[in-house]
Structures are given as structure tokens and as C-alpha cells.
Design a protein around this ligand. Structure first.
Ligand code: UDX
Length: 442
């Protein structure tokens, strides 16, 4: 579906946007805001104090901060062993009053607010929108394919009766004591495939996935399960969904979504190709690395980054290091401070490793990733398959080595590796020769 926004009617109308306070969510929301601004809309961004965007990069937007205690709460992640959904559900509870008050104040202004666009993960905002009688559009920062896969995992309707059973495992009692004292019981629901199922068969609703891929999904019904169900229900209750993807890339998933979500679906991505936004980076990017890339041979450098929230163990970290050293190829590796559990930065790497690599390998805290991927020296991207990274890589035609770490990343990795969705697209278009490069490596 195409969206056509008339500049004349858009003029003077304001749109209020509310991103989730994480890099992978703030970036596409600000990119969307830029796109809407170029169409004549005025933009107000409501944001949490935690991970506040840099206002000076967006002088034409109005920013409203709402108070939260999230900086303290998030310090427990991931050492506290709580899954990410805990924090997202926490935000959905604690942001209700500050967000509603902020929005009500804005609506009391004389200026007309057309609608609000909130991150799909902020499911509580639909009730606020209904109460204040303002349309809510949703920005889904994930891929269409991932949401289809989530829906399949949730409903499991895809399995004929008797071919799937559920195992409810009591995992333990968790006492959480940071701000409030409370206790909850953790169960895991595991869909178990019986032997009669053809594990290799394609999932009827979404053929890129095999039955065994869906069967592997586990959801904690009080955690990720609750988050996924609330997100899905409130997306369906919204006035429409904006996707940071494009039809040619995810055609079959779009068809499935349009059948299941009978509201307008707008595939307006990839945003970063339409938005000339200044950086929305929350961490300072090391731009010196671009001149080092200038000195490298074309398509020779392995770029490694696992995004903004993934953490890995020290043994995984050492594995990556040795894997890179063994290739003998130059590499640029983003090691975020705190990314390796139990380390501040990369101090656990042996001196011998650093000496052997010399100037062939560079480690930085944070890179200007879109520029790195667009650089002629970059030949491969070793990624955790976050959706922004995946899109950025696809658009530059950089082949990916996928190491999904958590949440939605496994589904996207599957899509990339099986090439049923993504590579088929490149075979058709031959964008930057990726198709032939991938074919020759088969
Ligand atoms: C998270 C989830 O992990 C992801 O699966 C989901 O789709 C969105 O939210 P994140 O893990 O941070 O996001 O990954 P990703 O979606 O790839 O976003 C990372 C962003 O940070 C990208 O836009 C990337 O360009 C940027 N980045 C990354 C940098 O600017 N510099 C870096 O060094 C690394």
C-alpha cells in the first residue's frame, strides 16, 4: 500500500512521536520523523529521560521529556538474569501517567495534532490514544517476517491437532527488589513436536520457516508471551502500522500480515535511504576509522558488530577473536564497553592476539555503521541480525555472516541464511552484484 501525503494539507499539522528508548528503536523513529518533516508536518518527539536523543541534531523538532526511573532499573540488565521483556513491560507500566499528562498538555494547545505514532512495543499508548480521542499509528521497528513468525509462535495454529504438545516447566520464583518488592513465578511454555510431524516441512502460513524453526520457539507466558500478546493486540487496535521495510523484500510476509491485521499497513522503508537525518547515535561514533578503511583493499574488511544491546560471554568473545585472527583478513570490530559480560571493554583479549593482529584489525567502541557498510573496503558483515543492521547491510549489498543472539534475531537470521526472502530479492534485482557474489559462494 502506498501512502501519499499532500504537502499542502500536511502544513501546520503536528505529529507526535514516541520511540522506545533503545538505539534500534530511536533510530528508525527519528528517521521516520525526518521523512514526515520533509512532507510538511511539524514534529514533536516525546521521549523518556533514559537515552534522551540529542536535541541539537534536530533543531526543527520539538522535544518533550517524560520522567522515568529507568536508568536505575536497566543497570540490572543482563546480569540480573531477567529477560528483556521484563524491562519493556516495566516501561509500559511506569510511563502511563507521565505520557498521558504530557500528551494531554500538548492536545490542550491550540495547534492541531493529527495523530501520534508510537513504537509497537509501547502497547499502553493505545488506551491513552482512545481516552484522549487521538488516532494512534504504530511504528513496527522489526521486519514483517519476524512479526509473522511471532504470531505463528503465539498461536501455533499452524500445527494440526495432536502434532504439538505443550510442556509447562516451573523454572523458579524470582524476587525482585530494586524499586518495589515483588515476586513472580516463572514458567516456560515449550511447544514440543511429536515424532509424527515432518520437522523439515515448510510452515504453511509462511514458507521461509520450517516447522522445526517454530517448534524451537519458547515463550514465558508471564514475560515475553505477555509482551508479544499485548503488542500484537494493541497493534491490531491501532489506526495503522508503519513498517521499516519494503514490499519487494518481504512480499509474502506483507500478504500474511495484511490478512491478519485488517488495518492499513504502510511499508515505507528502508527509512535510512529516504531520511537525510543527522546521527541519532546515542554513543559517540569513532569516525577516524573511516580513514583506516580508506587504506584497505576493496571488499577485504570483515566488519563485526552485534548492535546496541546484545551482551556476550567472555568465551564467546574469545571465539570471535580467534575466528577473526584465523581468517587472516583485516577486520573492524565494534566492542561496546560492557558488551562482554564481566569486562569493561576488550581487556580480556590476550596480548599475543593483539600483537599477532597488529594494524590488520581495529577494535572501536562504536562506529559510524551506515558509512562503514557503504565503504568500498567492507566485504562482509558479521552481524547479530538486528533489523536496522540487516536493512543497512542489504541496502549496501554487503554479504552477512549471521550470529543471532536473542529475541527476534533468530528468525531474521533464518531468513537471511535460507535466502528465501532476502537473497531472492537480490537475485531479481542484482543490486550491486550481491546476487552473483552469493551464488558464486554457494
Ligand atoms: C534491537 C534488537 O536487537 C533488534 O533485533 C531489533 O530489530 C531492534 O532493536 P539492536 O540490537 O541495537 O536493536 O540492533 P539493530 O536493529 O541492528 O540497531 C543497531 C543500530 O545501531 C543500527 O542502526 C546501526 O547502524 C547502529 N550502530 C551499530 C552504529 O551506529 N554503530 C555501531 O558501532 C553499531
Amino acid at each position: 500500500m502506498e501512502i501519499v501525503i499532500g504537502k499542502a494539507s500536511a502544513r501546520r499539522r503536528r505529529i507526535v512521536l514516541f520511540p522506545m528508548p533503545f538505539q534500534g528503536h530511536i533510530t528508525p523513529m527519528l528517521q521516520l520523523a525526518n521523512i514526515l518533516h520533509t512532507q510538511g508536518f511539524k514534529i514533536t518527539i516525546i521521549h523518556t529521560e533514559y537515552n534522551s536523543p540529542n536535541y541539537s541534531n534536530y533543531p526543527r523538532f520539538t522535544f518533550k521529556s517524560i520522567s522515568d526511573d529507568f536508568s536505575e532499573v536497566v543497570k540490572q540488565f543482563p546480569e540480573a538474569g531477567l529477560d528483556l521483556s521484563y524491562y519493556l513491560r516495566y516501561l509500559n507500566k511506569t510511563c502511563v501517567d507521565p505520557f498521558r499528562n504530557c500528551l494531554a498538555e500538548l492536545l490542550a494547545d491550540e495547534e492541531k495534532v493529527s495523530c501520534m505514532i508510537t513504537d509497537a512495543g509501547f502497547y499502553f499508548t493505545q488506551a491513552v490514544a482512545d481516552a484522549l480521542k487521538i488516532p494512534r499509528l504504530v511504528l513496527q521497528t522489526n521486519s514483517l517476517a519476524c512479526i509473522v513468525a511471532c504470531d505463528i509462535i503465539l498461536s501455533l495454529s499452524t500445527f494440526p491437532k495432536g502434532q504439538v504438545t505443550f510442556k509447562l516447566t516451573y523454572i523458579g520464583t524470582h524476587i525482585h527488589s530494586s524499586i518495589l518488592y515483588f515476586m513472580f513465578y516463572i514458567y516456560r511454555i515449550e511447544p514440543k513436536l511429536t515424532d509424527s510431524v515432518d520437522h523439515e516441512a515448510r510452515v504453511m502460513e509462511f514458507p521461509p520457516l520450517k516447522v522445526k524453526d517454530v517448534g524451537k520457539g519458547t515463550i514465558d507466558h508471564k514475560g515475553m508471551g505477555e509482551l508479544m500478546i499485548n503488542t500484537r493486540n494493541q497493534m491490531k487496535a491501532s489506526s495503522g502500522i508503519i513498517w521499516n521495510t519494503f514490499k519487494e523484500l518481504e512480499e509474502s510476509a506483507l500478504e500474511t500480515i495484511c490478512q491478519g491485521y485488517r488495518i492499513p499497513n504502510f511499508t515505507l522503508g528502508p527509512f535510512h535511504k529516504y531520511s537525510t537525518a543527522s546521527s541519532s547515535s546515542l554513543i559517540e561514533q569513532d569516525r577516524n576509522i573511516l580513514s583506516w578503511l580508506d587504506t584497505q583493499a576493496p571488499k577485504s574488511v570483515i566488519y563485526v558488530s552485534f548492535g546496541s544491546i546484545t551482551c556476550i560471554t567472555d568465551s564467546e568473545f574469545q571465539e570471535v577473536a580467534h575466528g577473526l585472527a584465523n581468517t587472516g583478513l583485516p577486520f573492524l570490530w565494534v566492542v561496546r564497553p560492557g558488551m562482554v559480560r564481566g569486562s569493561e571493554w576488550f581487556e580480556s583479549l590476550p596480548e599475543k592476539f593483539l600483537e599477532s593482529v597488529g594494524d590488520k584489525g581495529r577494535i572501536v567502541k562504536w562506529s559510524p555503521q551506515p558509512k562503514v557498510l557503504a565503504h568500498p573496503a567492507t566485504g562482509c558483515f558479521w552481524t547479530h541480525t538486528g533489523w536496522n543492521s540487516t536493512l543497512e547491510s542489504i541496502c549496501e549489498g554487503v554479504p552477512m555472516v549471521c550470529s543471532p543472539c536473542m529475541a527476534d534475531q533468530t528468525d531474521k537470521c533464518k531468513m537471511c541464511v535460507q535466502r528465501l526472502e532476502y537473497w531472492r530479492f537480490f537475485w531479481r534485482t542484482g543490486l550491486k552484484g550481491l546476487g552473483s557474489r552469493m551464488r558464486s559462494k554457494e
